[in-house]
Structures are given as C-alpha cells and as structure tokens.
Design a protein around this ligand. Sequence first.
Ligand code: NCD
Length: 328
Amino acid sequence: MARGYSAPLMMETRTRLAFRHRHLLGIEDLDPDEITLLLDLSDDYAERSRERPAKLDMLRGRTCINLFFESSTRTRTSFELAGKRLGADVINISVAASAIKKGETLIDTAMTLNAMHADVLAVRHSSAGAVKLLSEKVNCAVINAGDGSHEHPTQALLDALTIRRRKGHLQGLLVCLCGDIAHSRVARSNIHLLQTMGARVRLIAPPTLLPPQIERLGVEVFHDMRAGLTDCDVVMMLRLQRERMQGSFVPSVREYFHFYGLDYDKLQHAKPDAVIMHPGPMNRGVEIDTAVADDIDRSLIYQQVEMGVAVRMACLDVLSRDPFESNP
Ligand code: NCD
C-alpha cells in the first residue's frame, strides 16, 4: 500500500493536521479533539511497539534532546526509547555532567542546544513555568516533561490511554486522585485532561496536601479515603513529594499510611472492577500497600509504563514534523 494512504498513516496525517500547537506545554492548552487525536495515535504506536522489529523511521534525520534538571527514570527513558523507536537521534543531557553545574543559565543551555538544530527538546525542571519560558527562546518544539508542581502533560495522556484501553472510554468514569495533590503536577494535568474528556474527578487527601481553593477546578474533595473511594472506577495514587515540601505536611509516615495508604480494606469501597494506578516512583508502605500495587488483575502500573513510550512517540511525531509534509 502506498505510504501516504495506509490506515495508520492516514491517522497520523489527520493528527498532525489537527494538532496545531508548536509545543506541548500543558493539557490546559488542549481541547477534547486534540486529546482524542493524540490518544488515537498513541494507541496505534502502542500496538506497533509490540511488533518486532519495533523500530520505525518517521523521525529519521531528526534530533531529540532530553534535558532533565530533575531526576527521572520512567519519563526520561521512555522519551529516549520513543525517539529511538521512531528512528531519531536522541541525546540525553545529564545536568550533573553538564555546563549547568558550571553556572550556565537555563536559557543559555537551551540556546546552545537550539544552535545545534535540535528538532524537539523534552525538558523537566523544578520550577513551574520554566519550560514555557524556555520554549519562547528556541526555534524547536518543546515538550514539558514536568515543571515543578505545575503540569506533566505526557503523564496525563499516558494515564488516559491506560484507562481508555481498560475501560473502553473516559466519559462518565469516576476517577479518584489520592495523596499529595498539592505538590503534584501529575494531579494537575490529570484534572484538566479527565474533566475535558467528561470524567468526574475526586481528590482524596489531608487538608495539608490540598492546594487552597482547589474546588474551583470543579473537582469533589474528600478527606476520608473510604468515603472518597465509594463507587469509583479508577484509583490513582500519588507519591508524597518530599523534595517539594518545606516543613512537615504529615505527622508520620505510619500515620499517613494508616489514613491514606491504599490497602484492600479501603479499596473494597471502590467498584469491584476499579483499577489501581500510580505514576511512579512508588513508595510501598507509604501511599500504597505492596499487595495492592502488585495485584495483577487490578493494578495497571506497568501498563502505564508501556503506554508512556507510546504516548511519547505520538507527541514526538506530531511536534517534529511539518504539518503539511505528509498531506496526501
Ligand atoms: C511523577 C513526576 O515526576 O511528576 N513521576 C513520573 O513522571 N513518572 C510523579 C512523582 O515523581 O511522584
């Protein structure tokens, strides 16, 4: 079949033509059609990643640079794998071994990489807004791989794809985000995405771990796990982000687990077919019990990791090509 008319390529073309953004900085910038198109393309890449050889050539001759100012296992590795599976040259900048340690500013580093004609920069930074600032200074596409407590758009997309593949849809589902909402960019991006796609969002956390006036986003708020989990379809647990905490937000880890750690006792209040998710890294015995995390029927934690590669392939694809390049 001619390349321009194969079914997957038609979808990719449809996606690129409909995805008019130069960067992916946050879910807040996307409408339901754009989210659906990215999820459809990611779904296609998830299937193709299971085939062998998994390598494609859409991004041959393109350069993707991962610039991570904060530590990461899943996100950085999956951006690297995604770029390589699409045939791009991928470079990882480790901040510990870069000129940033010699006092170079964020913008100078970005401008240096820009001068090397990168096509896509995936950037993680500890400050909210830093990735947007950087995107305004460079010519290439920028993907926000997490900026402070602000947004983590590819995580919300991979979470949505994981849910959609298990439940068949997002519309009308009741999704509970539990734990450290206040410091979580994952929570913020998920709230935007799930509500945009017609799901109901509940937040379950102690008052100290909720941002002020969060109800304004249209979410329901609970401080009690059993009440909050009642009838929910998806339970998404979040890590205590101690690296963003100044001072003590919970009395002790033991007490936190007692009230907010997900175990089977609390989970029985959710729907019998409710699924368990966690963006990782998990702290077993803090926000989640080991048996629940490893429940092969209900825990989707490793499916999330798999979908992470597919979503990043889709994002690199739509952002690294000229929108009219493959218009048949
Ligand atoms: C999350 C992050 O970095 O925001 N992790 C991830 O990207 N997989 C959540 C976390 O660090 O707890």
